[in-house]
Design a protein around this ligand. Structure first.
Ligand code: OAD
Length: 257
């Protein structure tokens, strides 16, 4: 059982603007592998081969099949208590005229599946596809019922190879998403960093920007990260468990009886 200080629960109840950054750890309790944990994807695979344009051009079929395998996993899992608590938190703050901004590095769309609205996707998503040459969107979508597709489809317009709509190393983040994330970080009262190692910039800079601008910085992660030492509150537990306990306690504390 987690215990949270009265001060924290009161601060959360009184906050008007909340910003949340999530990473792969939020989906861990759904059964999606993280990247940098001991059994994470980057312990078994090389990011430069599987998550870069160079890697894709060198070995398009291997890269395509790796994303298809990840799509199969994502398609077979469900949001967990971490995702659903973030939906409830958004509802609670917005009903009271507050602002709740969910920024994610995750490409699995589990936040949206759970019901989160206006999610800012910093690293794209693994569902959509577009042409690596002319950049036009492509209609291909993975479905578990269709036969597996072993190589990248070709663009209907230019014949280029179709790639997943994730942001690869060396690529720019979508500028609108990054700008919206930075604005939320700079103006929030409370910033949560949940289930991210905070190793990949610019996402990893957001909690620090928020803290510098005066926000309370809360980290939720069972392990220490690159930014744990900057956290005002460090909740060392899996996010599904921690967020549902935190929100339930917050509601109990802030309900007028
Ligand atoms: P990482 O794999 O780097 O970090 C996952 C974090 O989740 C670690 O700090 C774990 O301690 C933590 N964690 C594990 N289980 C957890 C749980 N049940 N609850 C909460 N936290 C838990 O993943 P990210 O920080 O998301 O890029 O990685 C950032 C980016 O690097 C990803 O978006 C991806 C990757 O390369 C792209 O896909 C473009």
């Amino acid at each position: 059982m987690h215990t949270f200080s009265d001060n924290l629960l009161q601060t959360l109840g009184a906050a008007r603007k909340i910003a949340v950054l999530t990473g792969a750890g939020v989906s861990a309790e759904s059964g999606v592998a993280t990247f940098r944990d001991p059994n994470g994807l980057w312990a078994k695979f090389r990011p430069e081969e599987l998550a870069s344009m160079d890697g894709f051009l060198k070995n398009p079929n291997m890269v395509w099949e790796w994303y298809e395998a990840r799509r199969e996993v994502v398609d077979s899992v469900k949001p967990n208590a971490g995702h659903t608590t973030l939906v409830e938190m958004q509802q609670w703050y917005e009903e009271r005229g507050g602002r709740f901004t969910l920024i994610t590095q995750n490409v699995d769309r589990l936040h949206q599946q759970a019901g989160s609205r206006d999610v800012i996707e910093l690293h794209g998503n693994i569902i959509d596809n577009y042409c690596s040459r002319c950049k036009k969107p492509h209609e291909y979508r993975y479905t578990s019922t269709a036969p597996s597709v072993k190589e990248p489809p070709r663009c209907t317009y230019c014949g280029g190879m179709i790639r997943p709509a994730v942001v690869w190393f060396g690529e720019m983040l979508p500028p609108d998403a990054l700008e919206a994330a930075q604005e939320a970080a700079e103006t929030c009262d409370v910033f949560f960093s949940i289930g991210t190692s905070a190793e990949v910039y610019p996402a990893a800079g957001l909690p620090i920007e928020a803290k510098r601008a005066g926000a309370l910085f809360i980290e939720v992660n069972p392990n220490q990260t690159a930014i744990t030492r900057f956290a005002d509150v460090s909740i060392s537990a899996p996010s599904g468990e921690a967020l549902s306990a935190l929100f339930a306690n917050m509601l109990a504390k802030n309900t007028i009886s």
